[in-house]
Design a protein around this ligand. Structure first.
Ligand SMILES: Nc1ncnc2c1ncn2[C@@H]1O[C@H](COP(=O)(O)OP(=O)(O)OP(=O)(O)O)[C@@H](O)[C@H]1O
Length: 317
């Protein structure tokens, strides 16, 4: 019995105390996920970020059933991955990090085979429309091995959607994909999201995550260190940077109590980091002038996700 129909639907994904220890030869074990808990709200584009080896793929592979968790629980679209693995699996489409295809099937056959694997009846298959959506209609009957890297990746996205899951997970989908194809891929992902598909993606491109994601979770060394709406996360930056060009060549960057950090990035260009709560750009410029330097040019840069990411991951290291 369930009262779910009377209350708000549960989040697309609920992860609770998820833990993974890989077996290692020395017997010590590798803790890849350490009691990670977070929810992915329905209808969002959710970014899962973290440095190399943080545990992102492990988490996604647990959701897809490829890696066995050591502890904790995960629910996908209301289905517990242990109690209801079939429904959990049917609710999610995964675009893996590694490109794996049978090279002798054509893109059309690849999609048909995958649909068959998920038990999608012939009448409800839409392989041709999926190929069109990822701009591969003219490659429908080519061997998969003849596709470029970017084409293969787009085919993987189509393959993940054959059973029309409510959730699409993309693990580093744009690694090695050129900028134009990246934009096409994101346009398609956004289109799916507009149609109601919840998106989870891992990426190393922070700028991309900042532009695309409604919410971002950051994992570092297997631990969750942030989980916030993107705007709030970017707002957590405590430092700002101002680039000042002065009127003469310097040999060394002059430090000042108002500065958190100063670097000489060109003969006459100083990159000055200051704490937002202790100083403002005016204070910083006065400090430069007080050292007998004339200011020729000033460029300020707003903090972005990269600043926050570096701060958080450095603090948690
Ligand atoms: N099969 C395995 N056996 C032992 N250790 C593993 C195994 N798979 C992953 N690890 C380790 O677990 C940690 C997390 O790896 P994971 O691949 O989940 O990280 P990631 O965040 O996805 O990194 P990347 O961005 O580089 O893909 C790493 O230290 C990795 O070396």
């Amino acid at each position: 019995m369930s009262t779910a129909s009377h209350s708000a639907p549960e989040p697309a994904i609920v992860i609770d105390n998820l833990t993974k220890v890989y077996k290692t030869r020395d017997g010590a074990g590798k803790l890849a996920l350490d009691h990670v808990s977070f929810d992915v709200p329905r209808g969002q584009i959710f970014g899962l970020l973290g440095p190399n080896g943080a545990g992102k793929s492990t988490l996604i592979n647990i959701l897809s059933g490829m890696v066995k968790k050591t502890g904790g629980t995960a629910r996908i679209w209301g289905f517990d991955i242990d109690a209801n693995p079939r429904n959990a699996k049917n609710s999610i489409g995964i675009v893996p990090q590694e490109i794996v295809f049978d090279p002798f099937f054509t893109p059309f056959e690849t999609l048909e085979n995958q649909a068959g694997f998920y038990g999608v009846p012939k009448a409800r298959r839409n392989s041709a429309a999926l190929l069109r959506a990822v701009h591969l209609e003219d490659k429908a009957n080519a061997y998969a091995r003849t596709l470029s890297g970017g084409m293969k990746r787009r085919l993987l996205v189509a393959k993940a959607m054959v059973h029309a899951p409510p959730i699409l997970v993309l693990d580093e989908p744009t690694a090695g994909v050129d900028i134009q194809l990246r934009q096409q891929l994101w346009a398609y992902v956004k289109q799916l999201n507009d149609q109601g598909v919840t998106i989870v993606l891992t990426t190393h491109y922070l700028e991309e995550a900042e532009q695309l994601c409604d919410r971002i979770a950051i994992i570092n060394h297997g631990r969750l260190i942030a989980d916030k709406p993107t705007r709030e996360l970017v707002g957590m930056a405590t430092e700002k940077v101002v680039q000042v060009t002065v009127d003469r060549d310097l040999v060394e960057a002059p430090m000042h109590p108002r500065f958190e950090k100063v670097e000489l990035t060109g003969g006459r260009v100083l990159s000055i980091t200051y704490a937002k709560d202790k100083a403002n750009a005016g204070d910083v410029l006065s400090a430069v002038q007080s050292m007998g330097l004339q200011i020729v040019d000033v460029v300020t840069r707003d903090p972005d996700l990269e600043d926050v990411f570096l701060n958080l991951t450095a603090a948690a290291a």
